[in-house]
Ligand binder design. Structure first.
Ligand SMILES: *Cc1c(COP(=O)(O)O)cnc(C)c1O
Ligand code: SF4
Length: 329
């Protein structure tokens, strides 16, 4: 697989002991057992670690990446395939679940392992489109004129090299019925240096309208480097949106969510979705109950201009779209 090389300044931390040392945290902080950790290791860019507060085991960025002992808890109703995606993959890593849109699982790799993610249980090696050329992927999309939008997802598409992404985008550009190219990526937030000249190169020009959906959960994730990466992305003419996951201990207060929306606005991103947690085994300690979530939304609506209020949604397998979580006033 052709993976983008990390930039010289950037590297990753993969050792729990090193992360604790770096943040001056108690080396005895309870962590997930080694066997379970091997299945979904600690993996975080150093630039993201630099945005964490030293000496605070409840830092909202730290909690998203720390393999906590609580992940070993077995919780009823939490499964290995919470969003019902296994078995929906077609050849070339394509998932056609919603009208007019095709999602492409371009790779299984991510720049960060988010502990709440459903990806922790996925046998991606067998179903991602990487490891071979894009012909099967492009053929699947070319054969279906009902598709007007291609969504690059993963894993994280920006884990791939610019050369591979340029080849894919070039191929998509040549499919006449496609109108939009959407890229779902957490990289501009967790590893902004990856939004390099080559990346801006394949994002610029081309026939398709471009939409980049980033993923930030807390305002502290957006520092000056991230703001600069967003500015480079906007310079390509791409529309920037954000999706977040509502996470206990991370962003489960109206203040945290409103501060995030304002910060996104400052760097030229509009909030899109606020996802209820996918109920995957190992992530139960992050769950915010629906009653609590709707209470937060009422507070947000009262605080924010309408365009800064994200849509609260839940992924329910078999539905024709993401399901809006509704509330009464
Ligand atoms: C979430 C998702 C999409 C995109 O849905 P939007 O509501 O358009 O953002 C497309 N395909 C799949 C398989 C998805 O899970
Ligand atoms: S797919 Fe997104 S949420 Fe999941 S681990 Fe990768 S970057 Fe994190």
């Amino acid at each position: 697989m052709d993976i983008a090389p990390p930039s010289a300044t950037d590297g990753f931390i993969n050792s729990p002991a090193e992360l604790l040392r770096e943040l001056q945290l108690d080396p005895a902080l309870p962590e997930l057992d080694a066997a379970r950790r091997r299945e979904f290791p600690l993996h975080v860019p150093r630039s993201f670690v630099r945005r964490m507060r030293c000496g605070d085991p409840r830092d909202p960025l730290f909690l998203q990446v720390w393999p906590a002992a609580a992940e070993a808890m077995e919780t009823a109703g939490f499964s290995l395939d919470a969003v019902g995606e296994l078995g929906q993959r077609e050849a070339g890593g394509v998932i056609r679940k919603y009208h007019g849109r095709a999602l492409i699982v371009t790779t299984g790799a991510c720049a960060v392992n988010c502990r709440y993610c459903f990806r922790r249980h996925f046998p991606y090696a067998q179903s991602a489109a990487d490891g071979h050329d894009w012909h099967t992927t492009l053929d699947t999309l070319a054969a279906d004129p009902s598709i007007s939008e291609a969504i690059l997802s993963g894993g994280d598409p920006l884990s791939l090299s610019n050369a591979r992404l340029a080849a894919l985008v070039h191929g998509l550009d040549a499919i006449p019925h496609l109108k939009r190219l959407r890229i779902h990526t957490r990289v501009p937030v967790v590893q902004p240096s990856r939004v390099d000249a080559g990346c801006i190169g394949w994002l610029t020009g081309g026939r398709l309208q471009r939409i980049v959906v980033v993923h930030a959960n807390h305002a502290n994730e957006i520092d000056a480097d991230v703001a600069a990466a967003c500015q480079r992305l906007r310079g390509t003419g791409a529309l920037l949106l954000n999706q977040s996951v509502l996470l206990r201990g991370v962003n489960d207060s109206a203040t945290a969510l409103a501060t995030l929306s304002y910060r996104l606005c400052e760097v030229g991103i509009l909030p899109y979705y606020l996802h209820m947690l996918d109920r995957v085994q190992g992530a139960a300690h992050f769950e915010v109950q629906e009653l609590e979530a709707t209470r937060l939304m009422k507070e947000l609506v009262a605080e924010l201009p309408g365009y800064l209020v994200p849509r609260l949604v839940r992924e329910i397998s078999g539905r024709l779209a993401k399901t809006r979580v509704q509330w009464s006033d």
